[in-house]
Design a protein around this ligand. Structure first.
Ligand SMILES: [Cu+2]
Length: 265
């Protein structure tokens, strides 16, 4: 091709020129426009709909879980949006029967492009790590402060039932009733295989292992029913390993404890 011969006489384009050329390509711009469209869809989902689709927020932990979920939806929206944009553009172009544009030089040899994507994705990863570490520390500080006043519940998972022992109250039940606004410490263990203790609306999900107690805590902040499930495949009736309970006023909780034959503490 004469065009090709002509190119060889010129200096090869610099990485910066290649970057600009890529961005100016009609196909890239159209795919990018679709990417922005999908990004907006995810932002609207994260902003308006995901919070509604999540379980009712009934504890401090569930509140921070929701904030995390929504923030990560925003962060991942442009990444997911651009990938979907490219996929949709390719699909639409195929439907039209257009010939795909010829491949340019490999992106891996384009310095600026490589730097941009490495830096941007590293920043996302760093944000996720820092956020996670901060949340963990906030949790353990709160736990230390709450230890004296907290209600202790010993949770045992076994095939295929949850058992809740309240040592200070001297009762054992299969429904998880808790008083509102009082910190609760769960000592979680399994009597047989691995289970995962998941009181859904409390935003707690932790493995129940045999011979090893896992301590987890939260503070219920809203009255109402809760679901307790097993979130670790644990055998034939794993799917039915669920129970419920209620977040109650302190008075109602005390009455319930008394009705179970326990003493208030
Ligand atoms: Cu289980």
């Amino acid at each position: 091709m004469s065009n090709h011969d002509h190119d060889e006489e010129q200096l090869p384009p610099t990485p910066g020129e290649r970057f600009t050329k890529v961005l100016k390509g009609k196909d890239v711009q159209q795919a990018f426009a679709l990417g922005i469209f999908f990004t907006l869809v995810f932002v609207v989902l994260g902003w308006k709909f995901y919070p509604k689709w999540m379980p009712t927020i009934m504890s401090t932990d569930m509140k921070s879980n929701e904030a995390l979920m929504v923030a990560f939806t925003y962060i991942s929206a442009p990444i997911c949006g651009l990938v979907l944009g490219m996929a949709a553009y390719t699909f639409l172009q195929r439907q039209r029967g257009d010939t795909p544009p010829e491949d340019g030089p490999g992106i891996r040899t384009n310095g600026p492009m490589v730097i941009v994507w490495t830096v941007v994705t590293s920043l996302f990863a760093l944000l996720a790590i820092i956020w996670g570490i901060v949340e963990l520390n906030v949790g353990s500080e709160a736990a230390a402060a709450e230890a004296k006043t907290a209600l202790v519940v010993n949770v045992t998972g076994s095939q295929w039932v949850w058992t809740f022992e309240y040592p200070a109250q001297g009762i054992e039940t299969n429904e998880l009733n808790l008083p509102i606004d009082r910190p609760v410490i769960f000592n979680v263990i399994s009597a047989d295989v691995n289970h995962s203790f998941w009181p859904v609306q409390l935003g707690v999900k932790v493995d129940a292992n045999r011979l090893e107690t896992t301590v987890v805590h939260t503070t219920p902040t809203r009255l109402g029913p809760i679901d307790v499930k097993c979130a670790e495949l644990c055998g034939l009736y794993h799917a039915y390993m669920e129970t419920g309970g209620n977040i109650m006023t302190t008075t109602n909780f005390d009455n319930w404890v008394t009705a179970q034959g326990g003493h208030n503490a």
